[in-house]
Ligand binder design. Sequence first.
Ligand code: ZN
Length: 369
Amino acid sequence: MNTGLVWDEWYMWHDPGSAAAFLPAGGPIQPGTHVENAEPKRRLHNLLEYSGLTESLQAIDPRPATREELLRFHTSEYVDRIKAQSEESGGDAGDLTPFGPDSYEIARLAAGGVIEATDAVLDGTVDNAYALVRPPGHHAEADTGRGFCLFGNIAIAAMHAQAERNVDRIAVVDFDVHHGNGTQKAFWDDSTVLPISLHQAGFYPPGEGTVDEVGEGDGRGYNLNIPLPPGSGVGAYETAFERVVLPALDEFEPDLIYLAAGVDSGAIDPLGRMMLHSDGYQTLTGLLQDAADEHCDGRMVAVHEGGYSSAYAPFSGLAIIEELLGETSDVEDPFLPIFEGLGYQELQPHQEAVINDVVENLEIALRNS
Ligand code: ZN
Protein backbone atom coordinates (compact mmCIF):
# COMPACT_ATOMS: atom_id res chain seq x y z
CA MET A 1 0.00 0.00 0.00
CA ASN A 2 0.94 3.58 -0.48
CA THR A 3 0.66 4.94 3.06
CA GLY A 4 0.93 8.60 4.03
CA LEU A 5 2.50 9.87 7.24
CA VAL A 6 1.66 13.22 8.80
CA TRP A 7 4.35 14.53 11.11
CA ASP A 8 5.69 17.89 12.20
CA GLU A 9 8.40 18.67 14.73
CA TRP A 10 6.20 21.40 16.19
CA TYR A 11 3.69 18.79 17.41
CA MET A 12 6.28 17.82 20.00
CA TRP A 13 6.52 21.36 21.36
CA HIS A 14 2.98 21.50 22.76
CA ASP A 15 3.62 21.87 26.49
CA PRO A 16 1.06 20.84 29.11
CA GLY A 17 3.48 21.94 31.84
CA SER A 18 4.48 20.00 34.91
CA ALA A 19 2.12 17.68 36.71
CA ALA A 20 1.97 14.62 38.92
CA ALA A 21 0.71 12.29 36.15
CA PHE A 22 -2.13 14.65 35.10
CA LEU A 23 -2.65 16.52 38.38
CA PRO A 24 -1.49 20.10 37.97
CA ALA A 25 1.33 21.45 40.10
CA GLY A 26 0.11 23.02 43.31
CA GLY A 27 -1.44 19.95 44.87
CA PRO A 28 -0.26 17.76 47.71
CA ILE A 29 2.20 15.73 45.61
CA GLN A 30 5.41 16.87 43.95
CA PRO A 31 4.88 17.52 40.21
CA GLY A 32 7.09 16.04 37.51
CA THR A 33 6.66 15.58 33.77
CA HIS A 34 3.05 15.66 32.59
CA VAL A 35 1.93 12.20 31.46
CA GLU A 36 0.90 13.62 28.06
CA ASN A 37 4.39 14.65 27.00
CA ALA A 38 6.12 14.44 23.65
CA GLU A 39 8.26 11.40 24.40
CA PRO A 40 6.05 8.42 23.35
CA LYS A 41 5.15 10.08 20.03
CA ARG A 42 8.67 11.29 19.33
CA ARG A 43 10.00 7.80 20.01
CA LEU A 44 7.44 6.32 17.62
CA HIS A 45 8.75 8.70 14.98
CA ASN A 46 12.30 7.69 15.91
CA LEU A 47 11.37 4.01 15.63
CA LEU A 48 9.97 4.58 12.15
CA GLU A 49 13.35 6.06 11.20
CA TYR A 50 15.30 3.26 12.90
CA SER A 51 13.18 0.56 11.27
CA GLY A 52 13.70 2.06 7.83
CA LEU A 53 9.92 2.33 7.29
CA THR A 54 10.09 6.12 6.89
CA GLU A 55 11.45 5.54 3.39
CA SER A 56 8.36 3.52 2.48
CA LEU A 57 5.96 6.15 3.82
CA GLN A 58 4.82 9.14 1.83
CA ALA A 59 5.24 12.34 3.82
CA ILE A 60 2.11 14.48 4.04
CA ASP A 61 2.82 18.06 5.10
CA PRO A 62 0.35 19.40 7.62
CA ARG A 63 -1.14 22.89 7.46
CA PRO A 64 -3.03 24.78 10.16
CA ALA A 65 -6.78 24.21 10.14
CA THR A 66 -8.51 27.46 9.23
CA ARG A 67 -10.86 29.23 11.61
CA GLU A 68 -13.77 28.21 9.38
CA GLU A 69 -12.70 24.56 9.63
CA LEU A 70 -12.40 24.73 13.44
CA LEU A 71 -15.82 26.39 13.68
CA ARG A 72 -17.54 23.49 11.94
CA PHE A 73 -17.18 21.75 15.31
CA HIS A 74 -16.08 24.28 17.95
CA THR A 75 -17.81 27.45 19.16
CA SER A 76 -16.20 30.78 18.26
CA GLU A 77 -16.01 31.69 21.97
CA TYR A 78 -13.94 28.58 22.66
CA VAL A 79 -11.59 29.08 19.70
CA ASP A 80 -11.10 32.77 20.62
CA ARG A 81 -10.34 31.89 24.22
CA ILE A 82 -7.70 29.30 23.33
CA LYS A 83 -6.11 31.70 20.83
CA ALA A 84 -5.96 34.54 23.36
CA GLN A 85 -4.56 32.37 26.17
CA SER A 86 -2.05 30.76 23.84
CA GLU A 87 -0.78 34.18 22.78
CA GLU A 88 -0.20 35.00 26.44
CA SER A 89 1.48 32.28 28.49
CA GLY A 90 -1.03 29.49 28.01
CA GLY A 91 -3.88 28.33 30.19
CA ASP A 92 -6.31 25.48 30.63
CA ALA A 93 -8.68 24.57 27.83
CA GLY A 94 -11.12 22.93 30.23
CA ASP A 95 -11.03 19.67 32.13
CA LEU A 96 -7.41 18.45 32.56
CA THR A 97 -6.19 20.23 29.44
CA PRO A 98 -3.39 22.65 30.36
CA PHE A 99 -1.37 24.17 27.54
CA GLY A 100 1.50 26.55 27.01
CA PRO A 101 2.48 29.29 24.55
CA ASP A 102 1.85 28.46 20.85
CA SER A 103 -0.47 25.54 21.64
CA TYR A 104 -3.33 27.19 19.69
CA GLU A 105 -1.16 27.15 16.55
CA ILE A 106 0.17 23.65 17.25
CA ALA A 107 -3.35 22.28 17.82
CA ARG A 108 -4.51 23.95 14.58
CA LEU A 109 -1.61 22.17 12.85
CA ALA A 110 -2.77 18.85 14.34
CA ALA A 111 -6.36 19.30 13.11
CA GLY A 112 -5.09 20.54 9.74
CA GLY A 113 -2.73 17.56 9.53
CA VAL A 114 -5.70 15.20 9.80
CA ILE A 115 -7.54 17.23 7.15
CA GLU A 116 -4.52 16.94 4.84
CA ALA A 117 -4.33 13.17 5.47
CA THR A 118 -8.05 12.93 4.66
CA ASP A 119 -7.63 14.89 1.42
CA ALA A 120 -4.63 12.79 0.38
CA VAL A 121 -6.65 9.59 0.87
CA LEU A 122 -9.70 11.02 -0.92
CA ASP A 123 -7.53 12.29 -3.78
CA GLY A 124 -5.93 8.87 -4.09
CA THR A 125 -2.46 10.37 -3.57
CA VAL A 126 -2.11 7.67 -0.90
CA ASP A 127 -4.19 4.56 -0.15
CA ASN A 128 -4.35 5.18 3.58
CA ALA A 129 -2.58 7.38 6.11
CA TYR A 130 -1.30 7.68 9.67
CA ALA A 131 -1.44 11.11 11.28
CA LEU A 132 1.15 11.20 14.06
CA VAL A 133 -0.23 14.41 15.52
CA ARG A 134 -0.23 16.03 18.95
CA PRO A 135 -2.13 17.24 20.95
CA PRO A 136 -4.68 14.43 20.70
CA GLY A 137 -8.31 15.21 19.87
CA HIS A 138 -11.00 12.67 20.74
CA HIS A 139 -11.99 14.18 24.12
CA ALA A 140 -12.33 17.79 22.90
CA GLU A 141 -15.91 19.05 22.80
CA ALA A 142 -17.51 21.98 20.94
CA ASP A 143 -17.00 24.49 23.73
CA THR A 144 -14.31 22.97 25.92
CA GLY A 145 -11.07 21.06 25.94
CA ARG A 146 -11.01 17.82 27.89
CA GLY A 147 -8.55 15.06 28.67
CA PHE A 148 -5.42 16.65 27.13
CA CYS A 149 -7.32 17.44 23.86
CA LEU A 150 -7.72 20.98 22.52
CA PHE A 151 -9.43 20.54 19.15
CA GLY A 152 -11.37 17.52 17.86
CA ASN A 153 -8.93 16.49 15.14
CA ILE A 154 -11.02 13.64 13.71
CA ALA A 155 -14.38 15.39 14.13
CA ILE A 156 -13.06 18.48 12.32
CA ALA A 157 -11.57 16.40 9.48
CA ALA A 158 -14.75 14.32 9.12
CA MET A 159 -16.84 17.51 8.91
CA HIS A 160 -14.44 18.81 6.27
CA ALA A 161 -14.78 15.57 4.27
CA GLN A 162 -18.55 15.90 4.28
CA ALA A 163 -18.69 19.65 3.64
CA GLU A 164 -15.98 19.97 1.01
CA ARG A 165 -15.36 16.52 -0.45
CA ASN A 166 -18.83 15.04 -0.95
CA VAL A 167 -18.19 12.15 1.41
CA ASP A 168 -21.52 10.85 2.69
CA ARG A 169 -20.99 8.25 5.40
CA ILE A 170 -18.08 8.11 7.81
CA ALA A 171 -17.25 5.58 10.53
CA VAL A 172 -14.87 6.40 13.39
CA VAL A 173 -13.49 3.36 15.23
CA ASP A 174 -11.73 4.36 18.46
CA PHE A 175 -9.64 1.83 20.39
CA ASP A 176 -7.97 4.37 22.66
CA VAL A 177 -8.39 3.16 26.27
CA HIS A 178 -10.56 6.21 27.03
CA HIS A 179 -14.05 6.92 25.73
CA GLY A 180 -14.21 8.98 22.53
CA ASN A 181 -16.66 11.42 24.12
CA GLY A 182 -15.84 14.35 21.84
CA THR A 183 -16.47 12.38 18.65
CA GLN A 184 -19.65 10.96 20.15
CA LYS A 185 -20.98 14.44 21.00
CA ALA A 186 -19.98 15.88 17.63
CA PHE A 187 -22.22 13.42 15.79
CA TRP A 188 -24.79 12.60 18.50
CA ASP A 189 -27.87 13.36 16.38
CA ASP A 190 -26.26 12.57 13.02
CA SER A 191 -26.99 9.35 11.10
CA THR A 192 -24.19 9.95 8.58
CA VAL A 193 -21.30 9.48 11.02
CA LEU A 194 -21.01 6.31 13.11
CA PRO A 195 -18.64 6.59 16.10
CA ILE A 196 -17.71 3.24 17.67
CA SER A 197 -15.66 3.53 20.87
CA LEU A 198 -13.98 0.56 22.56
CA HIS A 199 -12.68 1.68 25.93
CA GLN A 200 -12.01 0.72 29.52
CA ALA A 201 -15.37 0.87 31.32
CA GLY A 202 -15.94 3.75 33.71
CA PHE A 203 -12.59 5.45 33.18
CA TYR A 204 -12.47 8.85 31.46
CA PRO A 205 -14.53 10.93 31.22
CA PRO A 206 -16.04 9.57 34.46
CA GLY A 207 -19.50 8.10 34.02
CA GLU A 208 -19.50 8.44 30.22
CA GLY A 209 -19.27 5.90 27.41
CA THR A 210 -21.95 3.50 28.60
CA VAL A 211 -23.66 0.92 26.39
CA ASP A 212 -26.97 2.81 26.40
CA GLU A 213 -25.51 5.94 24.77
CA VAL A 214 -26.75 5.22 21.24
CA GLY A 215 -27.40 8.70 19.85
CA GLU A 216 -30.58 10.75 19.57
CA GLY A 217 -33.02 11.90 16.92
CA ASP A 218 -31.71 11.09 13.45
CA GLY A 219 -28.56 9.78 15.09
CA ARG A 220 -30.33 7.16 17.20
CA GLY A 221 -28.62 3.84 16.52
CA TYR A 222 -25.56 5.55 15.05
CA ASN A 223 -23.34 5.59 18.13
CA LEU A 224 -21.84 2.48 19.69
CA ASN A 225 -19.93 2.14 22.94
CA ILE A 226 -18.14 -1.02 23.99
CA PRO A 227 -17.03 -0.40 27.60
CA LEU A 228 -14.74 -3.37 28.27
CA PRO A 229 -13.72 -4.42 31.79
CA PRO A 230 -10.26 -3.43 33.02
CA GLY A 231 -7.83 -6.26 32.25
CA SER A 232 -9.23 -6.94 28.79
CA GLY A 233 -6.71 -8.36 26.37
CA VAL A 234 -6.47 -9.38 22.75
CA GLY A 235 -9.31 -11.94 23.04
CA ALA A 236 -11.84 -9.36 24.25
CA TYR A 237 -10.85 -6.79 21.62
CA GLU A 238 -10.90 -9.29 18.74
CA THR A 239 -14.28 -10.62 19.82
CA ALA A 240 -15.65 -7.08 20.09
CA PHE A 241 -14.40 -6.40 16.57
CA GLU A 242 -15.85 -9.61 15.15
CA ARG A 243 -19.22 -9.35 16.87
CA VAL A 244 -19.85 -5.60 16.97
CA VAL A 245 -17.45 -3.41 15.00
CA LEU A 246 -17.31 -5.37 11.74
CA PRO A 247 -21.06 -6.20 11.58
CA ALA A 248 -21.84 -2.53 12.30
CA LEU A 249 -19.53 -1.44 9.46
CA ASP A 250 -21.13 -4.01 7.14
CA GLU A 251 -24.53 -2.54 7.94
CA PHE A 252 -23.42 1.11 7.79
CA GLU A 253 -21.32 0.83 4.61
CA PRO A 254 -19.01 3.79 5.25
CA ASP A 255 -17.35 5.80 2.46
CA LEU A 256 -14.39 6.59 4.72
CA ILE A 257 -13.09 5.09 7.98
CA TYR A 258 -11.12 6.89 10.68
CA LEU A 259 -9.20 4.90 13.26
CA ALA A 260 -8.68 6.81 16.51
CA ALA A 261 -5.39 5.06 17.18
CA GLY A 262 -4.83 5.42 20.90
CA VAL A 263 -2.21 2.97 22.09
CA ASP A 264 -2.95 3.50 25.77
CA SER A 265 -4.97 0.26 25.71
CA GLY A 266 -1.59 -1.49 25.61
CA ALA A 267 0.06 -3.43 28.42
CA ILE A 268 2.18 -1.28 30.78
CA ASP A 269 0.48 1.96 29.80
CA PRO A 270 0.71 4.16 32.90
CA LEU A 271 -2.95 5.25 32.61
CA GLY A 272 -4.80 2.32 31.00
CA ARG A 273 -5.43 -1.04 32.61
CA MET A 274 -5.78 -3.13 29.44
CA MET A 275 -3.37 -5.66 27.95
CA LEU A 276 -3.13 -5.14 24.18
CA HIS A 277 0.26 -5.62 22.54
CA SER A 278 1.78 -4.88 19.16
CA ASP A 279 0.44 -8.10 17.57
CA GLY A 280 -3.04 -7.32 18.89
CA TYR A 281 -2.94 -3.79 17.47
CA GLN A 282 -1.73 -5.19 14.14
CA THR A 283 -4.63 -7.69 14.03
CA LEU A 284 -7.26 -5.05 14.87
CA THR A 285 -5.84 -2.65 12.27
CA GLY A 286 -5.87 -5.45 9.69
CA LEU A 287 -9.51 -6.26 10.40
CA LEU A 288 -10.38 -2.60 9.95
CA GLN A 289 -8.34 -2.27 6.77
CA ASP A 290 -10.16 -5.33 5.37
CA ALA A 291 -13.49 -3.62 6.15
CA ALA A 292 -12.23 -0.45 4.45
CA ASP A 293 -11.17 -2.51 1.41
CA GLU A 294 -14.62 -4.04 1.27
CA HIS A 295 -16.69 -0.89 1.79
CA CYS A 296 -14.69 2.13 0.68
CA ASP A 297 -11.79 1.20 -1.62
CA GLY A 298 -9.50 0.90 1.40
CA ARG A 299 -9.89 4.56 2.41
CA MET A 300 -8.72 4.71 6.02
CA VAL A 301 -7.10 7.48 8.04
CA ALA A 302 -5.52 6.46 11.35
CA VAL A 303 -5.01 9.30 13.80
CA HIS A 304 -2.77 9.10 16.85
CA GLU A 305 -4.57 9.73 20.16
CA GLY A 306 -3.27 8.61 23.58
CA GLY A 307 -0.49 6.22 24.56
CA TYR A 308 1.71 7.14 27.51
CA SER A 309 4.38 4.48 27.84
CA SER A 310 7.40 5.99 26.16
CA ALA A 311 8.98 2.51 26.07
CA TYR A 312 6.04 0.60 24.61
CA ALA A 313 3.74 3.00 22.72
CA PRO A 314 6.30 3.20 19.85
CA PHE A 315 6.10 -0.58 19.21
CA SER A 316 2.29 -0.47 19.15
CA GLY A 317 2.32 2.47 16.76
CA LEU A 318 4.89 0.76 14.54
CA ALA A 319 2.70 -2.36 14.32
CA ILE A 320 -0.32 -0.29 13.25
CA ILE A 321 1.70 1.53 10.59
CA GLU A 322 3.25 -1.73 9.32
CA GLU A 323 -0.25 -3.13 8.87
CA LEU A 324 -1.46 -0.03 7.02
CA LEU A 325 1.58 -0.25 4.79
CA GLY A 326 1.40 -4.00 4.28
CA GLU A 327 5.12 -4.16 4.95
CA THR A 328 7.00 -5.53 7.93
CA SER A 329 10.24 -4.02 9.17
CA ASP A 330 13.10 -5.97 10.72
CA VAL A 331 12.27 -4.55 14.14
CA GLU A 332 10.77 -7.15 16.44
CA ASP A 333 8.84 -6.07 19.50
CA PRO A 334 11.14 -7.16 22.35
CA PHE A 335 8.30 -6.91 24.88
CA LEU A 336 5.95 -9.19 22.93
CA PRO A 337 6.94 -12.56 24.47
CA ILE A 338 6.12 -11.17 27.92
CA PHE A 339 2.89 -9.40 27.00
CA GLU A 340 1.57 -12.34 24.94
CA GLY A 341 2.03 -14.51 27.99
CA LEU A 342 0.12 -12.26 30.39
CA GLY A 343 -2.63 -14.24 32.09
CA TYR A 344 -6.18 -13.94 30.77
CA GLN A 345 -5.25 -12.52 27.36
CA GLU A 346 -8.02 -14.71 25.92
CA LEU A 347 -11.69 -13.71 26.12
CA GLN A 348 -13.11 -14.04 29.66
CA PRO A 349 -16.79 -14.65 30.48
CA HIS A 350 -17.34 -11.28 32.17
CA GLN A 351 -15.87 -9.55 29.10
CA GLU A 352 -18.09 -11.58 26.79
CA ALA A 353 -21.13 -10.54 28.87
CA VAL A 354 -20.41 -6.87 28.06
CA ILE A 355 -19.96 -7.65 24.37
CA ASN A 356 -23.26 -9.58 24.40
CA ASP A 357 -24.99 -6.49 25.82
CA VAL A 358 -23.63 -4.39 22.98
CA VAL A 359 -24.65 -6.98 20.38
CA GLU A 360 -28.20 -6.82 21.72
CA ASN A 361 -28.00 -3.06 21.64
CA LEU A 362 -26.62 -3.13 18.11
CA GLU A 363 -29.60 -5.18 16.96
CA ILE A 364 -32.04 -2.75 18.60
CA ALA A 365 -30.16 0.20 17.16
CA LEU A 366 -30.16 -1.24 13.66
CA ARG A 367 -33.88 -2.02 13.89
CA ASN A 368 -34.57 1.59 14.88
CA SER A 369 -32.37 3.07 12.21
ZN1 ZN B 1 -6.61 7.75 25.88
